[in-house]
Ligand binder design. Structure first.
Ligand code: NAD
Ligand code: TDX
Length: 332
């Protein structure tokens, strides 16, 4: 039984990870979260207070971070500014949280010799051509495109340097696009589901041919747990579940599952610098740590996710109008 500090645990993936730990381990969790626009305490509702504690605070606040890291066995660092579109309109919180926040955490982990796991993204590798048979591996050179992905890349490099120079007891994982419950309505899949629930049409950036490699958030959680428990210190593990689909296919599937015509969507302005394709080769994770995804059928995972948004309007409704107003202001 371990004491885990989960940063960003009131957000999408961190909260699902806390829930996963409660269901699959004996560990106790302290969530450290600033509750930005993306964090929401109701996301943690229903979790037993004896297992999941909550601290509101900023990962850039060295005093808060120091005490919490000192009192933990493992730090799992999810907290980030996570949305590419926001990073294009204002990069400054991305620099602060993703770079300075990570620096603050790894300095504390170094001081207290605390095991540290760093959560990152496949976007650090840039993008692949649509017709390229290659996929990202742990050896692919870093080549990030957006303010978001460049700050994530920078945070990964800080962690790697702290391993080499200071013997930080760290592992890293870079995952592909997650879907599932509690994802903010600014992101692609929840935006389209909630648009349809609101009688609005899904919005596709550009032609809709960009490819993302989808993984259910619970499969991300099980992979992170495998890396924490069995990963080699200093190593990076790519996490993905062979889920490549273009955005048009995803929108058409959502429309079909929700009983609407397949062409009932709008094309809107494309994203600046829009990465074409992500694709993960997760061979290291599968072979070395014997990990496998549970959600192998994207369509049934998507159907479950649609059901969740139908049943949990009270969770997403307060975020929807402001999100859509922001998109409307840039023609998206
Ligand atoms: P999210 O935006 O849903 O949640 C981020 C959480 O971090 C929020 O609760 C927010 O309040 C908190 N936070 C932000 N700044 C903070 C600060 N300065 N101090 C403390 N808390 C702060 O993001 P997500 O989609 O759950 O992503 C979590 C992590 O996973 C990120 O590191 C992201 O880069 C990574 N990731 C995400 C995906 C994906 O598909 N969403 C894929 C791969 C990797
Ligand atoms: O309304 C939309 N229409 C649309 O076509 C939105 C919001 C997005 N898109 C496109 C852009 C992307 O090609 O859908 C794709 C997915 O978009 P996002 O949900 O914004 O995700 P992405 O930019 O791929 O990044 C996500 O995966 C990697 C997460 O937000 C990151 O945090 C993670 O690192």
């Amino acid at each position: 039984m371990s004491k885990l500090l989960v940063t960003g645990g009131a957000g999408f993936i961190g909260s699902n990870f806390a829930r996963y730990l409660v269901e699959h381990t004996e560990d106790t969790v302290t969530v450290l979260d600033k509750l930005t626009y993306a964090g929401d305490l109701t996301t943690l509702e229903g979790l037993p207070p004896s297992r999941v504690m909550f601290v509101q605070g900023d990962i850039c606040d060295a005093a808060t971070v120091d005490g919490l890291v000192r009192d933990s066995d493992v730090v799992v660092h999810f907290a980030a500014e996570s949305h590419n579109d926001n990073s294009l309109s204002d990069p400054s919180p991305f620099i602060q949280t993703n770079l300075i926040g990570t620096y603050t955490l790894i300095e504390a982990a170094r001081r207290h010799e605390t095991r540290y796991h760093h959560i990152s993204t496949d976007e650090v590798y840039g993008d692949l051509k649509l017709d390229d048979p290659a996929r990202f591996t742990e050896e692919t050179p870093y080549n990030p495109s957006s303010p978001y992905s460049s700050t994530k890349a920078g945070s990964d490099l800080l962690v790697r340097a702290w391993v080499r120079s200071f013997d930080l007891q760290a592992t890293l994982s870079n995952c592909s696009n997650n879907y599932g419950p509690y994802q903010h309505v600014e992101k692609f899949i929840p935006r389209q589901i909630t648009n349809i629930l609101d009688g609005e049409r899904p919005k596709l950036y550009g032609a809709g041919l960009n490819v993302r490699d989808w993984i259910h958030v619970d499969d991300h959680s099980s992979a992170v747990l495998a890396v924490i428990e069995r990963g080699r210190i200093g190593e990076t593990y790519l996490i993905g579940a062979d889920g490549e689909k273009n955005n048009l296919e995803v929108v058409e599937t959502i429309l079909r599952l929700m009983g609407r015509p397949a062409n009932d969507y709008d094309h809107v302005n494309d994203r600046a610098g829009h990465d074409l394709r992500y694709g993960i080769d997760a061979t290291r994770l599968r072979r070395e740590l014997d990990w496998q995804p549970v959600y192998r059928d994207f369509e049934s995972g998507l159907a479950q996710t649609i059901d969740w948004y139908r049943a949990n309007e009270a969770w997403w409704r307060p975020k929807k109008a402001a999100t859509e107003a922001k998109y409307a202001s840039v023609g998206q």
